[in-house]
Ligand binder design. Sequence first.
Ligand SMILES: Cc1cc2nc3c(=O)[nH]c(=O)nc-3n(C[C@H](O)[C@H](O)[C@H](O)COP(=O)(O)OP(=O)(O)OC[C@H]3O[C@@H](n4cnc5c(N)ncnc54)[C@H](O)[C@@H]3O)c2cc1C
Length: 416
Amino acid sequence: MVDFAITARQQELRDIARDFAVNYIIPAADKADRNPDPANSFDWSIIREASKRGLRSLSIPKEYGGEGADVLTLAMVGEQLAYGDLGIAVAFDQTWKIMTALAHLANEDQRKRWIPRILDDPDFLLAVGATEPLFGSDNLLPYDAPGSGMQMTAERKGDKWILNGTKRYISNGGLAKLYYILARNDPKGSLVSSLSSFLIPAGTPGFTVTEVWDKLGQRAVQNGTLVFENVEVPDRERVGEIGSALPALGTLLLGFGSNIQAGATVLGVAQRAYDVSLQYAFERKQGGVPIVEHQIQRVRLARMAMKLQAVRSYLWFAGWDCRQKNFDPKHASLSKIFASEESVEVCKQALELWGATGYMRKNPVEKLLRDALSFLHSDGTNDVLSLKAANYIVKERPSPEHPTYSKRVAEAAQGR
Ligand SMILES: Cc1cc2nc3c(=O)[nH]c(=O)nc-3n(C[C@H](O)[C@H](O)[C@H](O)COP(=O)(O)OP(=O)(O)OC[C@H]3O[C@@H](n4cnc5c(N)ncnc54)[C@H](O)[C@@H]3O)c2cc1C
């Protein structure tokens, strides 16, 4: 039975996050959005205030002193934080995802060493590095061809690994204190069997952040280029078995809800676009009446509300489903595609309703559209996520024994 009714604790966390978004994030993020220097726009006071409220460490398991929030709860809270600002929500969401990975993929020694440090340090953010200058989607949709996909190398030398390579566009790059980095232990093998992952603290000799990208949206968070030159990593910081990181990352994206959480954050942006548009429609007058009195604007608002609720319902379903025993893996990527595309559409409709005023930078709508656009590509391009979902769909071919199998459809397909 499908059941994702909101618990009292989920409602409480949503309220805390919404209050925080309105009172702390919105004013700070507007300033960050206008800062021309992306390397100096991040506001650490937001992270510290959020840490006081337990928001940063939500996904740390209860046995390690965290909230133990599941994907559905993280999606609910992520939406509320992104209502304040998408970039800030991403800073938290990336941290939650890597905490989840640590909790599920790291060994007991790694969990005992890292989780208390993450929990106790109010500034502790995390990041994951997969994308490289020459390999983006190839890391998400592997064709199992030898040598394809990311090329950063990890060479074993006794009880150490030597890492060389470059990662780019990494969210929290330059902000995180710990990085979950993927590298090839065998550059000639296929991605599925030759990728290993490592925990690398900021400040490790040979590891530098060489560029903070100047972005169209999500300007309140940093996306960095990470360069690794002969970086020595002790074997005790290798996560999981040698060569098994891709299947583990696959589990992170599907079972741990990476796409679902991403979709929920972009929904928060669209919800804000709707809310500011509803207010504007009552207060802006044209033709002698508030524009909400014009039928076309009312219908526009109604259709925006419909999209928001449809996206939220799908994300909550996917968040619930991914925790079931026989979950359907296509919903993780499909719900992110749906959330990002419909959220962009809601923001575009908001811009239409605001007219030229929405296009002006001192008003909220143009930023919301710029922010929402990022998730057409981030966390996997929608093209590539569609292809992934399609790979599951082709495995669902109806068999002639199935009760819904139609002889007439089979005859029609044969031209009869
Ligand atoms: C805001 C933001 C935050 C990000 N954060 C992180 C992060 O924290 N960590 C990280 O590792 N990465 C991060 N990324 C990188 C992101 O995951 C990649 O950008 C994404 O995977 C696409 O890679 P690419 O940009 O190199 O595009 P490419 O892979 O070069 O794709 C170019 C075009 O080709 C299409 N394409 C690619 N392969 C196929 C195919 N097989 N069939 C058909 N079409 C195809 C794509 O859909 C796209 O339209 C972030 C990106 C953004 C924008």
